[in-house]
Structure formats: C-alpha cells, structure tokens
Ligand binder design. Structure first.
Ligand SMILES: [Fe+2]
Length: 610
C-alpha cells in the first residue's frame, strides 16, 4: 500500500499580516497572506481564506492534515500584556480595556477556533514567536549550518534572538526582551514622522537618504543605551507603546522639538533628518548584534528573519561591513513568515524528520507560493468583463512586451503563482524602463498614487548584476540594497548638491535613473531562469532590444491596497491607474482597447488616497 503523505498547516494570525503555509512531507507546497484575499492591507484576522487556498493547492481537506501549528504562544503573550498593564496600572488601564476583548475572544480560544473554523480534530502545536521566525530563516535556507538572528517588534517576550541552525534543528541561545525592541524603536519614529506603524517603516527607510543624521547623538543620549554586544535598553520615559494608543509621548515631543507630523501633511527636512537618524542607529544595532552572533557561533553564514530583516538598507550594510560571508533572508520576514516557520519546526523538530539542502539553492521556490490562474480561467474573466485582449504565443508576447517597455510604456505583469511576503518579484509586478528619467515620478504619482520620494527597485538578470551594481551575489527577494556601479553613476554638479531634500529627486543620477535612489543605492532583485523563466526571458528580450538587462519592478497595487491576487484585482488596478498595458498570463491588454470603466463606490477613499 502506498504511504500517505503527511501534511502540516502553519498559521500566523491576530497581530498583523495573518498567513497560512502548507507542507507536504516537509516540502513547501503553498503559502499566502490573508490580506491578498480579503483586500484588507495587513489583515490580522483568522486567515480562513489563506488556509482554504493552501488546502486547495494541496488538493486536500482539513481532515487530511497531520498537524496544525500556530506561530506563537497566546498564553505567554497574554502574560506579557497582563504583566505590562498590571505593572503600570492605572495608567495603562484604558488601552487594556480596548485590547482585552480581542485577546479574550480570539487569542485564548484559539484552539476551539482552529477546530471549529477548520473542522480539524488532530493535534495543534504552538511554537514561540521567535522560534517560528528563526525556523523560517534557517530551514528553507541554502545552508546546512548557519547562525540565526531574528529581530522584530515583539513576540511573547522576545524582541530579538540569536542562535544556530544545524541539519534539522535550531537552537536559540539568547534573547532580548520587551520592552527593549529595535522594531518598536523604528516604529516609534515611523509614527512620529507621520506614517502608519507596521507598514510605514519602509517609507521611513526610503526617506532616510534625503536627510542628515542630525538626531543620532540625541537618540543615543536620551532614547537608547546601546551596549557593545548589540543589546540595549530603551528609556521608557519617552515611549507610549507600553500603555497608550500611540508610540511616543509628550516627553519625546519635547526632546525632538515638536509634536508628530500629522499624517498626509507636507514632509519637511525635519522628517527626513529624523528618518536618517533612526536608520543610522538601527544599522548600528544590527551590525553590533551580527558581530556578537558571529563571535558566539563562530559560523560564516547568517540567516535573518523578523520584521527588522525587511530593512534591506541595513541588510546591505551587514553584507558589506558585517562579519558574515553570506546572508540569507526569509522573504516573508515579518509575521506572515511565522506560519511557514512553525510548520517546518513541527516537521523537523517534532517529527524529527531530516532536512535536505541543495547547495546554492533555497527551498522557497522563488517565494512563488500563492494562487495561480489558468488561461481558461483568465479568458472566462476577460469575456465576462467584455475586455479587449489578444492571446499571444510566448515568444510573441515577450517580444511585444519588451518593445512596449522600451517605448516608455508602463506594463502590469501578472504571471504564474503570487509571491509570499511583502515584495512583488515578477509575478504581480508593474514594470517600466529604468533608463527613463521620467519613470520614477510618473509611476509614483500617476500609477501608485503615492509619495513622489519613494524609490523603485530594479530587477536584473542574475549573471549581469555586477555589471550594474556593487553586488555579486543572489538577491532574489529584493532584500539587499547596494550602490549602483560607480561607472554608471553621474556625479552631481555643485549647484545640484545645494538642493535640499526632495528637490534633489529629479536629478538624473545614473544611466538607470528610475531605479537609482538619491544616495546612488538600489534595492536589487536578481532574477534567475530556474525560478522564473518567463520573467527572466522578458528581461533578456528587453536587453536584446535596449542593451539594458534591468527593469523597474514595483508591486502591482496602488498605495494602501494589498498586492493584486486575482485577474479581477489586476484588471481593476489596471483600469483605475495610468498603466498602459496589462499582461494576464498569455493575454495582452491595451488600455486604449478597453470598454469605459465605471467605479462602484469611492475606491480612493477605500484605499485612503489623497
Ligand atoms: Fe514577529
């Protein structure tokens, strides 16, 4: 009789960015974030849609699952919240009342919810939050043995941890505890500079190069007591996240010279200087932690996860200046990746199953782990919409799209399985020509409806990366930042150096200006043929036409909206924006050939657009 495969479902939920991941005999079959299905950015609810998708992708029912894993321990987390509030009562009572019903309802009755919601009668296992992050960093990595470092806002008690992964187990040696948290320090500045906590951190990082590190000394003097080994104490006098509904308080305002920026109001040099300053401090903490991990493990390779590992500028510095030879970063480094981590912990630690590593290749399948749609499904949708489209064979399609891109057109590119994690990697992307000096402003303002200062990322053929950037390693998940190659940089004349902050935006800085940030850096995605043949061949076709092996790649969504998941999401986004052409699998759609688009409801309000 054939041996039945063992299926394990991992779940992360109830904090932010809920997700589900499915393993078949230890192999990653599917993973997706709930927000993509509910269209609510960072959806923290029970990920019933992501779970349903994973089961569908595996062709199984919940009753076929051997185990279900949850990415943290709700009771430990509850203990931390309770102790925090009891410790500071009555100051914290108000927000405790607001938080408690959610905790009581969703988190403590998780077991019942999992059973009733799923119809699952088997064993449910819980991992610690940072163990889940650590597992997601090490198990899918291309290393047989490596050091592990996790850093985030907070799990149960831990805010950072480090240790070692070897063969099929991980061991964490040390933890940093709440309320001393690098993630929360960064989020405090995200809040203070007028961006949304848990999603605006990326904007702070993008804004940083426009500013001067004017507040670094002040941060060290007042906010953080940073020790040589990278551990630190935050001065709670200035923060409000323990007890209040905001991140910073009046004492913080006093020291930093005013109240937080009101969201959506004009950005000033002050916010840029604040962003630069917290980024500098964050990088210093990351570097010190990495040196400690290196010293204590004696290992050459490092795996990273936790929300702070999405700080790709910091990762780039770790690679250039840190003690490790190689880095591998979990693409879903935030809490969504915990769903995958706990499933892998169950397989390797609980079931004691071995781990097989292919040198030089990770187990994430390029992070293309989400839903895909067949040509027949896409065509049915297009017919129902009355959309204008052409079906093209692969070669013709790639040639046409490369030609459109070279002609300065913006193309929505929807192909194959959706990405797991926050970055679009050529499955749900908006593409453009990086040589165009107008592309950055055009894409930011007319397509993404977002702040003009935000940089765009390049996708480059893996074997050509060192021709364009000061980098010569894999960066498949867009999690490393490196400078544009020196020969390609265009130095700024003296009068342009005088320009302040955002005024520098329109200065052409290299021969690929649309992906060259103000400090000549770029957030790089290397593309190899084995993980995404269509995308690779498209870039190669573009290179044949233009002698440029780089494309602008930004996520297929508008500001405030999750990345598109289905052909319908993609078509809507296409019709609402100035995207010129849309590719849906083998179909090519020209905006000019579409029927008139009628909105139902106020979508700009829905996505909080200006
Ligand atoms: Fe986390």
């Amino acid at each position: 009789m054939a041996v039945q495969p063992r299926w394990i479902l991992g779940i992360s939920a109830f904090y932010h960015d809920s997700a589900a991941a499915l393993l078949r005999d230890g192999e990653i079959v599917a993973a997706a974030q709930e927000e993509r299905f509910t269209r609510k950015k960072g959806d923290a609810g029970f990920p019933i849609n992501a779970i349903a998708y994973c089961l569908r992708a595996g062709g199984i029912r919940a009753s076929d699952l051997a185990y279900v894993g949850f990415y943290d321990k709700p009771l430990l987390k509850f203990e931390r919240i309770l102790e925090t509030y009891l410790g500071v009562a009555p100051r914290g009572f108000r927000s405790f009342e607001m938080a408690a019903p959610l905790w009581l309802k969703d988190k403590l009755y998780l077991d019942r919810q999992l059973r009733e919601g799923l119809g699952f009668a088997g064993e449910i296992l819980y991992a610690e939050h940072h163990e889940s992050h650590a597992a997601s960093a090490f198990f899918p990595s291309p290393f047989e043995e490596a050091a592990i470092l996790t850093m985030d806002g907070v799990g149960e008690w831990a805010t950072a941890s480090f240790g070692r992964g070897r063969d099929h187990d991980i061991e964490l040696f040390r933890e940093l505890h709440w309320p001393d948290s690098l993630g929360l320090l960064y989020s405090a500045f995200t809040y203070y500079t007028g961006f949304k906590v848990n999603s605006g951190e990326y904007k702070v990082m993008g804004l940083a190069p426009y500013g001067e590190p004017k507040y670094v000394d002040l941060i060290y003097r007042e906010l953080i007591d940073l020790r040589e080994d990278g551990s630190f104490t935050l001065n709670q006098k200035y923060f409000n996240y323990l007890t209040g509904l905001t991140m910073t308080n009046g004492a913080f305002d006093k020291v930093f010279g005013g109240p937080p920026r009101v969201p959506e109001t004009k950005l000033t040099q002050r916010e840029m200087d604040l962003a630069r300053s917290v980024q500098v401090v964050c990088e210093e903490v990351m570097l010190r932690m990495a040196r400690t991990v290196h010293r204590e493990t004696g290992l050459q390779d490092l795996c990273l996860a936790g929300g702070v590992a999405l700080n790709c500028v910091g990762n780039g510095r770790l690679l250039r200046e840190g003690p490790f030879r190689r880095l591998w970063i979990q693409p879903a480094a935030g809490d969504a990746g915990g769903a995958l981590g706990v499933a892998q912990l169950i397989w390797h630690r609980y079931c004691q199953e071995p781990r097989w590593v292919t040198p030089g290749r990770d187990a994430m399948r390029g992070a293309y782990l989400g839903p895909e749609f067949s040509p027949a499904e896409i065509e049915r949708y297009l017919e129902a919409q009355g959309a204008g489209y052409e079906r093209l064979d692969r070669e013709t399609l790639l040639r046409r799209v490369a030609g459109l891109l070279a002609d300065d057109k913006v193309v929505g590119w929807f192909d194959g399985r959706m990405e797991f994690g926050p970055r679009a990697l050529g499955a749900r992307s908006i593409l453009g020509d990086p040589r165009s000096p107008r592309m950055q402003a055009q894409m930011n303002l007319k397509i993404k409806f977002r702040e003009g200062f935000r940089p765009f990322a390049p996708s480059v053929l893996r074997e050509r990366v060192s021709d364009y950037f000061e980098l010569d390693c894999d960066s498949p998940y867009m999690l490393l930042v490196a400078p544009v190659k020196r020969e390609r940089q265009i130095p700024m004349p003296a009068e342009q150096c005088q320009l302040w902050g955002i005024d520098q935006l329109n200065v052409v800085r290299s021969d690929i200006p649309a992906v060259t940030h103000i400090d000549y850096s770029a957030r790089i995605q290397t593309v190899d043929r084995e993980t995404n043949a269509n995308y690779y061949d498209l870039i190669q076709e573009f290179e044949r036409l233009t002698r440029c092996a780089v494309l602008v790649n930004t996520s297929f969504n508008v500001r405030g909206e999750p990345i598109v998941c289905t052909p319908d999401d993609a078509y809507r986004c296409f019709m609402r924006t100035h995207i010129d052409y849309l590719v849906l699998g083998p179909y090519l759609l020209n905006k000019a050939a579409q029927p008139e688009w009628r909105e139902t409801g106020d979508w700009r309000q829905e996505f909080q657009l200006d």
